[in-house]
Write a protein that binds this ligand. Structure first.
Ligand code: SIN
Length: 353
């Protein structure tokens, strides 16, 4: 087991590895149950006769599985389990212009079928990422996606310029963090501000494509999607976490020190599928990175059928570091079983009633 002290940019649950999502009983993805805290099982190597490559905003991914920002740090810790080149890409922990310590603990709370987090963008700052993390990631063959949050549109612009110069493959502009006072949801819930941040990001990102990460905490996600598309976004990622709250009935205190946090994990998957479907219908040509509760291949296939070009695996990584590999293989198996020659044929292929 890797040294947990090194997991500095990952939120910590009470138990190190909790079972959050598993394959349906009898499905090929199902692993034998294991006791909490016991060793995780490496999936068997499998090969498939389907083309797993996809394109997201002009960036080729060797397979459609990316790891979601905030659940995988900068890859170092998970790299002790497997070669990161097995992944299509990594969305790195959210960066800000300057280093942040994040919010006070407790900032992680388990929920039925998921977790609430109020991490508050703990990160080493964009310059430290470029100096220390990016060169390490570049040793692997995967797309590097930098996720950024700013207090002002100008901060987004400065970070885009630095990251584009540094040669990241894609910039994920986060306008949807529910855990910060400035920026975050204030941008992601107002179409005109979302558009302003997007156009500043685009103006400073050079040739690097810009993907905007949308919040589900809105009445109509297509309104925000259209606004950022109109401002030049090259792709959209959705969904970020849903705002939620847990209360200790004995102390009558919220479990999280920030009172509220963002809900992720299998509980949010149907919301994510619905929102990806709505955005894909509203903007059929817009590439989408779908995420929210993906724990197995079937979850990923639902998001792709709804319109995603690629999918991100997040919270499931805390329960099982190999979750992205299982999702990748499960997805390829579904495509193969359905007689497709490429996984990308699933995108948008839902047959609505
Ligand atoms: C956090 O660090 O608070 C999570 C980031 C996010 O939800 O965008």
């Amino acid at each position: 087991m890797p040294d947990r002290k090194k997991f500095v940019y990952l939120p910590k649950a009470k138990n190190d590895f909790v079972v959050i999502g598993r394959g349906a009983a009898g499905s090929p993805e199902q692993e034998p149950p294991r006791a909490p805290g016991s060793r995780v099982v490496r999936p068997k190597k499998r090969s498939f006769a389907v083309d797993q490559s996809v394109t997201l905003a002009g960036v080729r991914l060797k397979n459609p599985v990316v790891v979601a920002s905030g659940t995988f740090g900068f890859g170092r810790e998970y790299g002790e389990f497997y070669d990161l080149s097995e992944l299509g890409g990594i969305c790195c922990k959210g960066l800000t212009l300057h280093r942040r310590e994040g919010n006070p603990p407790p900032r992680i709370a388990e929920t039925p079928m998921g977790i609430l987090n109020s991490v508050g963008l703990q990160n080493p700052g964009v310059d430290a990422f470029i100096a220390h993390e990016l060169p390490e990631l570049r040793r692997h063959d995967l797309a590097v996606i930098a996720n950024i949050s700013g207090n002002t549109p100008e901060e987004y612009g400065i970070m885009c310029e630095k990251l584009s110069d540094a040669g990241v493959d894609l910039i994920e502009v986060n306008i949807s963090c529910p855990n910060v006072k400035a920026g975050g949801l204030a941008y992601g819930t107002r179409p005109e501000l979302a558009a302003e941040v997007t156009s500043v990001a685009k103006a400073h990102a050079g040739k690097t494509p810009v993907m905007v990460k949308l919040s589900p905490n809105v009445t109509d996600i297509t309104e925000i999607a259209r606004a950022v598309a109109g401002a030049g976004a090259d792709a959209l990622s959705l969904i970020n976490t849903l705002r939620g709250m847990r209360i200790d009935v004995n102390t009558r205190r919220p479990i999280l020190k920030m009172n509220t946090g963002g809900l992720s994990g299998p509980a949010v998957l149907p919301v994510a599928v619905r929102m990806v479907w709505e955005v894909h219908n509203a903007l059929p040509g817009m590439p989408i990175l779908g995420m929210g509760g993906v724990a197995k291949g079937e979850d990923a296939a639902q998001l792709m059928l709804a319109g995603a070009s690629a999918v991100a695996v997040g919270t499931a990584c805390f329960a099982d570091p190999y979750a992205p590999i299982r999702v990748r293989d499960g997805l390829a198996e579904i495509a193969q079983r359905q007689g497709l020659d490429k996984v990308s044929a699933l995108t948008g292929a839902v047959k609505p009633w």
